[in-house]
Design a protein around this ligand. Structure first.
Ligand SMILES: Cc1ncc(COP(=O)(O)O)c(C=O)c1O
Length: 354
């Protein structure tokens, strides 16, 4: 740290992203990316004539992308804004709807970035423990009179809440915004987007990084009332109005339009997830009920640290945390059926050696 770094941020611990190793080719099951290439429509949309237009700034209003998204989700364009990944939309929303006097509440085990943003923006955080089986007790989120962020399904547990339960949280917090982070919703959970026109305190955030195979393009959407979206845009235009580059805008539109490919990819992942879950159980793992493109699993005998290390040596990357309650779990991204067969074979050999 230099002597110039802000005193206020002295205790900031930045978010640690999953590894993106450049040394050799791994079976990469550590950052919940899609194993499938982007849609062919995306590839067609990014042609040379579009690349030549990179000399011009992109449309800061993301007009065509918002139009496509509004149509796709049966909303109006004023209900949608775009971010550089859902990370950016989440950061803008937390900046817009929290303050020193309006804290941010979220589960104790969840996406690690929520607490980092709270710290970065000087916002008090209220962490609400999950139950022993990693569930959210919705009543603990009633009448908090603060901003709430919930990943649904949750990460890294993979467990989802029903829309009815989320609606109860929204109804019971009339004076606070409830942000639902739907990064993984397309793999079997229910989306809250249909509730947008019913509540002025609900914001839903989705990403193109998982189910639409565009993690490298950095694109996310936020859905909410016209007023909530305008508040987020106020923060966005005070930070970086050209936050989505031209190629990403085109890629996003094309990906949203290709519903058939989206259904194919998400169904394949769900099938591979169920197959892998059964194989893991046979090998002595217990798992949470995942509605995502990853599995959260713990072995009955071997420690996750040792399994993680040996998998890595054998060219497989998964994710784990040295954090209370989850230090013995592995989070395994679901790849193609072929990836997962290979993974199970290598995992078997690891367990034999340990
Ligand atoms: C729960 C959750 N929310 C948000 C994100 C960020 O997604 P994006 O790539 O759109 O920034 C992730 C990424 O893994 C995530 O797990």
């Amino acid at each position: 740290m230099s002597r110039f770094f802000s005193d206020e941020l002295n205790s900031l611990s930045p978010y640690t992203p999953g590894e993106q190793p450049q040394d050799k080719k791994y079976l990469k099951l550590n950052t919940n990316e899609s194993p499938f290439a982007p849609s062919n429509e995306v590839i067609k949309a990014l042609n040379t004539s579009k690349i030549e237009l990179l000399r011009l700034y992109p449309d800061p209003e993301c007009t065509l992308l918002r139009k496509t998204a509004a149509k796709r989700f049966s909303l109006s364009e004023e209900n949608v804004t775009a971010g550089n990944g859902s990370d950016e939309n989440l950061a803008f929303a937390i900046r817009a709807f929290c303050s020193k006097d309006k804290q941010l509440a979220f589960p104790d085990i969840t996406y690690g970035f929520y607490s980092v943003w709270a710290k970065l923006f000087g916002i008090p955080a209220k962490q609400i423990p999950l139950t022993d089986d990693f569930k959210i007790n919705i009543e603990e989120y009633f009448n908090l009179n603060c901003t709430i962020v919930i990943a649904n399904p949750n990460a890294p547990t993979g467990i989802s809440l029903s829309v009815d339960d989320i609606e109860k949280i929204v109804v019971n917090n009339p004076d606070g915004v409830v942000i639902i982070d739907e990064a993984y919703v397309d793999f079997g959970a229910e989306s809250c987007v249909p509730l947008i026109n019913k509540y002025d305190n609900l914001l839903v955030v989705q990403t193109f990084s998982k189910s639409r195979s565009l993690a490298g393009a950095r694109l996310g959407l936020a859905f909410g009332s016209k007023e909530l979206i305008s508040d987020i845009n106020r923060v966005r235009y005070s930070f970086n109005p050209y936050n989505i580059n031209r190629l990403t805008l085109l890629a996003g539109q094309a990906a949203l339009d290709d519903e058939e490919y989206f259904s194919y990819c998400t169904q394949e992942i769900c099938k591979a997830r169920e197959w892998t879950a059964e194989e893991l159980k046979k090998l002595g793992f217990t798992l949470t009920q995942s509605k995502t493109n990853f599995l959260f699993a713990k072995h009955c005998e071997k420690h996750s640290r040792d399994i993680y290390r040996l998998l890595r040596e054998k060219g497989v990357l998964v994710r784990r945390w040295d954090a209370p309650r989850i230090e013995n779990y592995l989070r395994i991204t679901v790849g193609t059926a072929e990836d997962m067969k290979k993974f199970i074979e290598i995992l078997k050999s690891c367990l034999e050696e340990l």
